[in-house]
Design a protein around this ligand. Structure first.
Ligand SMILES: [Zn+2]
Length: 84
């Protein structure tokens, strides 16, 4: 467990907020709730690269082979940008 702001592991408990454990960082003094979730899965950079390949006419399976990203993941990314 570490501070999501400065990545310090010098944290202490700071009571509860709405049933969730609140923490305070000894280093930067900022507060945060329970477990901080880092971005899951692939990086934004890899995502953009895959989307660029898709926009250049490459198939999902081709991108999967080149980038090692499962094609269903790429399809979900394409849907995401399609909704914007
Ligand atoms: Zn901190």
């Amino acid at each position: 467990m570490q501070c999501p702001y400065c990545e310090s592991t010098e944290i202490r408990k700071n009571g509860k907020r709405r049933g969730k454990q609140n923490h305070i960082c000894n280093n930067c003094e900022r507060q945060f709730i329970d477990v901080y979730d880092p971005p899951k899965g692939y990086s934004e950079k890899l995502k953009q690269e895959c989307l660029k390949m898709y926009l250049n006419g490459m198939g999902f399976r081709g991108i999967e082979r080149v980038k090692g990203v499962h094609h269903t993941t790429i399809i979900s990314w394409v849907k995401q940008i399609g909704e914007k």
